[in-house]
Design a protein around this ligand. Sequence first.
Ligand SMILES: *Cc1c(COP(=O)(O)O)cnc(C)c1O
Length: 387
Amino acid sequence: MRSQFLPFSTPTIDDDEINEVVDSLRSGWITTGPKVKRFEDAFRAYVGAPFAVPLSSATAGLHLTLLALNIAPGDEIITTPMTFASTLSIPVLCGAKPVLVDIEPGTLNIDVAKVREKITPRTRAIIPVHFAGQSCDMDPLLELAREFNLTVIEDAAHAAGTEYKGKKIGSLNTISIFSFHPNKNLTTGEGGMVCTGDEALAEEVSLLKFHGMSREAWKRFAASGSPNYDIMLPGFKYNMMDIQAAIGIHQLPKLDGFIDRRTEIAEQYNREFADVAELALPAYAPYPQRHAWHLYTPLVRIERLAIDRDGFMAELKKLNIGSGLHYKAIHHHAWYREHLPQPAGSLPNADYASDRILSLPLFPRMTDDDARDVVEAVKDVIARNRK
Ligand SMILES: *Cc1c(COP(=O)(O)O)cnc(C)c1O
């Protein structure tokens, strides 16, 4: 057994990031400024998006996007039940009704073939989530959106560096919202980015993110700025700081290397677990794509074991192996059980995954030995708890 606890994720921070943050602190300019602009330009170029708006989080990005689209009470938004809180909570807080479509059993991405039957005259938008860093099947989804005049908002929180048919997520001329939370493939501490080909939308999100002030208002205390500003509309306080961008500037050039290392570990897991009947391994989508391997999420076949998934995670912890839960399906959470009840059996793949899924340790600094410890612990827990 390992002597030291292995967390399920930890950010990769080097001296580059640390020195850049210190530079910001010493410079006298801590909040939104030139480093945010540098990070915005670099990220926009990396994903190939015409416009990008840096923000304090992806949740903020979802909020401002829905406001910019005038999503209002009565509107319906189609999305997946296998996602984080904000994919649903922001539509709900805007008064919209989330409409859940089941996932595919292998990739755990939204089942695009089942979207059409959920479209009504009230449907305004679709929010696909590129689960674990693997792209949803965007071509048929975009075609459907065109047919019904719907907006596609990609929840790209897992998908920095993900590609679909040779194109980076962020470059598909939709709206893509990235997260830079510490667990994500690229971090700024906290942070997010809205990428889009729609200039008017980018401008609106940009206004809303900082008190509704015109775009250059952050400069008003700098020599090059004017202390005067105008409020164009009532806005929020969702700007990214230079301290955050300082981290991102040095994370971005390393992102492809991070993904390469994540892929090696994921493939090591795939090989080692290939003959373990008690696990259902994550599947690759059948179309060309680059998986960013944000998460490695096997399903534990609890019907073959004497313990449930939570018990399985507790056993791993006793062996000093951390794990994560991404996700308990959204409609199994208390508020949604009460306010968005789903007919029994209507989301069978999400229900199945929800009770069985766990996230094994996966981060760039993991060694092959760390991964071997995880494999050993997982096999040990299975061996001791077989029915
Ligand atoms: C992390 C995450 C978010 C929220 O990102 P924040 O930057 O923490 O607001 C939204 N959706 C998904 C799928 C996520 O994993």
